[in-house]
Design a protein around this ligand. Structure first.
Ligand SMILES: Nc1nc2c(ncn2[C@@H]2O[C@H](COP(=O)(O)OP(=O)(O)OP(=O)(O)O)[C@@H](O)[C@H]2O)c(=O)[nH]1
Length: 877
């Protein structure tokens, strides 16, 4: 089977197999049905034959029985007539004595073996003649129907009666009756009693088997005799019991017929034939037992069925065997198909280009990868000669090479293939020669090694570069053997040693380049290297033959032989001279820094998650804590309240996170509850740790506050001075503009102050001015301002005045009254002064502070001129 069709076959295999199995089952069923039909037809035909035979046999037997019964009765009747004739002759001769009559009767009876009695009754029914008459009075048969009928008939015709029980013998008999006439007159009857048993015996002489039966009945169906060798059923003579089938058949055919029924007496099914006994109102029935008769047919049924069953089983077995063979074949083909699939899959995935060429060098098969390798399609490659892709060999040389190959040859060569796009590939080719069906095929596995070759070249180049790197590395590489003598040294190390390779390798020991400390290190560390196999961070000073010494740090591993013995060291050495010096410098700086941090002026703390992890002495001192108290505490204990603590945390850590520093002046809490002004500055050290400096600037802050106060306040009264007034006035004007309210700018000059000075001295004047200042302050609302602008000159700013109202007037009147009240000076001196006030209103009089003050000043001067102790408006109403 070609591969393609095998695979296609395998695809639909399962479906086909199911169909085949179904067809097989159906065929088997059809064959079974056909065989069953055949058996049925044959057996039915056979059954019909048996049935016909049974009918024929039954009819034959019925005919025989009818003939024998009929002939016996005819004989009896004929002898009866002869006896009557003889008796009549005797009587006519007058010699008919009883003894003569009896003799005649006896002579006839002897000729009738079936007849137990041949007797004659007289006209009154008394049985007076015949054999075996009982002693005593004669038996009377006058009541017997046959007697009455014979008497009534008036002819000499015969009749038959029975079955009945003989009054003479007591046996069951049938009676053949003929009337006896004397001179035309009824003179009695002659009757012959034939025992019913006679007929049983008659029938038993027939060839009757087993449950077959022969029965004799009267026309009215009274049973006379029945014989069946195997039937044990008791039958009652005289019984008229009959099967329905018998009755139906008899009604249809009164004289002869045939039917199948179960006999009423014994329930056995028989094929029955019947016939009327010719000349007599009697019927004989011959019944053949179906069970017995059909036994051979049943045996035949069994045999045929068995034969057919065996034949069918053989057929079914044969088809099943064929099916199994088919299944085995299917399985093997499926396994083969799977194997081919796997092989094909292998070919599909094979990285190497698998290909097959024939002896002529023509390509006959390939994997996808081979076609890909050559950059061609499978179709275009099939049939092509090796020389079409081999770069280095022409066709004739290839053919010559092919001609030498023989079965089993294997070769491995490196060649070059030309792809269809012209690219040349380096290829490693493995070939294997095999003979299949007497034909030689060459199996090739081509591996593209172009990349490998390129890699090898680049590795070569890299190795050279690494060698350079090794030599020119910024660190020294060297190895020493167990004696400490150099085995390898790179160029860097050589330069540090100030020697050439020839001078040191195999000749000089490392220890020759060490100072005293280095030798001690070597003495202690080298045995450790031999024992542990590794040393890290060993530092020593190299003293070269020429030039400056340098400090180096080495990482060393030990190389051992297969037995674990030390072979040599492998050291990577770094020049750490600069690092060492820097470290020394850093150590010095660290010492300086520690000294600086541990000062007693600027407090410093490191916080981790706002908890103090370190602090200097100054910090504890500034906040009044003992040296060991603050560490581990949260910084919150230095803050006066939660809000400040939170705010500083928010602001500071945002800046610190951005890499900036945070600085602020704020009040923190001394341990004794005092508030200290602190210059706080924080920087982030690591992700979680920040450094904080805290300088106590409380004294500076207080001095600053004081200086600010002095600059803006009048030293005598403590009221705002002209500078602060200017600021307050600007604010008041802006507020009025914002709120739509008015401001009264009141320029107040004391009246009569000079006299106080003059009369009581300058100190008393000062005291009075201070008291006036207090009174002015008291007379105003908190938001209003009273400022001293000159000797006895004050300016009052009344703010938040409703437009259209002269509220300010009431304020000034109250104020003037308050100022004018007597003032008690030192030493019980009393004094009084008045006040003249000029008022400018914002916005009516403008909003420019200096202009407003000038207008109010002018108004005040007008008040002075007008007589003092009064209030004048800049713009009179
Ligand atoms: N004691 C004292 N006197 C001062 C101070 N500054 C100014 N004076 C004096 O205060 C006086 C003010 O003069 P005036 O305003 O003319 O005195 P006056 O008596 O109130 O006169 P009128 O204003 O016209 O009513 C001058 O004699 C100044 O020497 C001060 O700080 N202390």
């Amino acid at each position: 089977m070609p591969l393609g069709s095998l695979l296609a076959w395998k695809e639909g295999g399962l479906r086909r197999r199911r169909k085949l199995a179904l067809a097989m089952v159906l065929t088997n069923l059809a064959v079974a049905a056909l065989l069953a039909l055949l058996v049925w037809l044959v057996l039915r035909a056979s059954h019909s034959a048996f049935e016909g035979q049974a009918r024929d046999n039954a009819e034959d037997m019925a005919a025989i029985a009818q003939a024998s019964v009929g002939s016996e009765l005819a004989r009896v009747d004929s002898l009866m007539r002869s006896a009557i004739d003889e008796i009549g002759s005797l009587r006519s001769q007058g010699a008919a004595r009883d003894a003569d009559i009896n003799r005649v009767l006896e002579a006839h009876r002897r000729l009738l073996p079936s007849t137990e009695g041949l007797r004659m009754a007289d006209e009154s029914g008394l049985v007076r003649w015949g054999n075996a008459l009982p002693a005593g009075p004669p038996v009377n048969v006058a009541d017997r129907p046959y007697f009455l009928e014979a008497k009534a008939r008036g002819d000499e015709g015969r009749s038959i009666a029975g079955p009945l029980q003989s009054r003479v013998s007591g046996n069951w008999v049938i009676a053949l009756v003929r009337p006896v006439r004397l001179q035309g007159r009824f003179a009695g009857v002659l009757y012959a009693s034939v025992q019913t048993d006679y007929f049983r015996q008659l029938f038993s002489s027939y060839d009757i088997e087993g449950p077959d039966a022969v029965t004799l009945r009267m026309r009215d169906m009274q049973l006379i005799a029945r014989y069946s060798p195997a039937s044990t059923a008791k039958v009652q003579i005289g019984s008229t019991a009959a099967s329905p089938e018998l009755k139906i058949e008899l009604a249809r055919n009164p004289t002869r017929g045939i039917f199948v029924s179960k006999t009423v007496f014994d329930g056995i099914e028989r094929t029955n034939a019947y016939r009327q006994v010719e000349g007599w109102p009697m019927l004989v029935f011959a019944g053949l037992s179906n069970e017995r008769f059909y036994a051979p047919w049943r045996a035949q049924v069994l045999q045929v069925s068995l034969l057919v069953a065996v034949a069918w089983l053989l057929f079914a077995g044969a088809t099943f065997a064929v099916h199994r063979a088919g299944r085995r074949e299917f399985r093997s083909l499926r396994a083969l198909a799977a194997e081919i699939h796997r092989t094909q899959a292998l070919l599909h995935v094979a990285a190497d280009g698998i290909h097959i060429v024939d002896r002529a060098g023509r390509l006959v098969g390939m994997s996808d990868s081979f076609a890909e390798m050559l950059g061609a399609t499978r179709e275009s490659l099939l049939g092509r000669h090796i020389s079409s892709w081999d770069v280095n060999q022409n066709e004739s040389r290839i053919n010559a090479w092919l001609a030498k190959l023989k079965d089993g040859d294997r070769q491995r060569v490196e060649v070059q293939h030309r792809r269809d796009d012209g690219r040349i590939l380096d290829v490693e080719l493995q070939i294997s020669v095999a003979k299949i069906d007497q034909e030689l095929f060459i199996y090739g596995s081509a591996r593209d090694i172009s990349e490998r070759k390129r890699l090898l070249a680049s590795i070569e180049e890299s190795s050279a570069r690494i060698r350079d790197l090794y030599d020119q590395a910024p660190c020294g590489y060297h190895s020493i053997d167990a004696r400490g003598v150099f085995v390898h040294v790179n160029a860097t190390m050589l330069s540090w040693l100030g020697c050439t390779a020839e001078e040191v390798i195999g000749r000089t020991r490392l220890i020759d380049f060490l100072d005293e400390e280095g030798r001690a290190t070597y003495a202690s560390e080298f045995p450790r290297l031999v024992a542990d196999g590794r040393l890290d961070g060993v530092e020593f000073v190299l003293k070269p033959r020429h030039g400056a010494a340098r400090r180096v740090r080495a990482s060393v591993t030990a190389l051992r032989d297969a037995d674990g013995r030390f072979l040599m060291s492998r050291s990577v050495t770094q020049d750490v001279t600069g690092q060492y010096e820097a470290r020394q410098q850093i150590a010095g700086l660290m010492r300086e820094q520690t000294a600086m941090l541990d000062n007693d002026i600027v407090g410093m703390a490191k916080l981790h998650g706002r908890r103090v992890v370190w602090k200097n002495r100054a910090l504890a001192r500034i906040f009044g804590y003992a040296a060991e108290e603050l560490e581990g505490e949260t910084a919150r204990i230095l803050y006066p309240d939660d809000e400040t603590f939170e705010r500083v945390g928010r602001e500071a850590y945002a800046l610190l996170a951005a890499g900036e520093h945070y600085r602020t002046h704020l009040q923190l809490l001394h341990k004794d509850g005092r508030r200290l002004w602190i210059d706080l500055c924080g920087v982030q050290l690591t992700n979680e740790v920040s450094l904080w400096t805290m300088a106590d600037i409380t004294a500076v802050k207080e001095a600053q506050t004081r200086a600010e106060y002095i600059a803006f306040h009048d030293g005598l009264t403590g009221l705002p001075n002209r500078l602060l007034l200017a600021d307050r006035l600007r604010q008041a004007v802006a507020l009025a503009a914002r709120t739509g309210t008015r401001v009264a700018v009141c320029y107040l000059d004391l009246d009569g102050f000079k006299q106080v000075n003059d009369r009581h001295g300058h100190d008393a004047g000062d005291a009075l001015l201070a008291e006036v200042g207090r009174r002015l302050q008291q007379s105003l609302r908190r938001d209003d301002t009273a400022a001293r602008v000159g000797g006895d000159e004050f300016v009052l700013l009344l703010t938040m005045l409703e437009p259209g109202q002269d509220e300010w007037r009431r304020v000034l009147e109250r104020l003037i009254a308050h100022v004018q009240a007597p003032i008690m000076l030192a030493d019980g001196i009393g004094a009084r002064v008045g006040a003249s006030i000029g008022v400018a209103i914002v916005p009516e009089d403008g909003d420019e502070p200096s202009a407003l003050l000038a207008k109010a000043d002018h108004a005040m001067l007008r008040a002075k001129r007008a007589g003092k102790r009064r209030v004048e408006l800049a713009t009179p109403a």
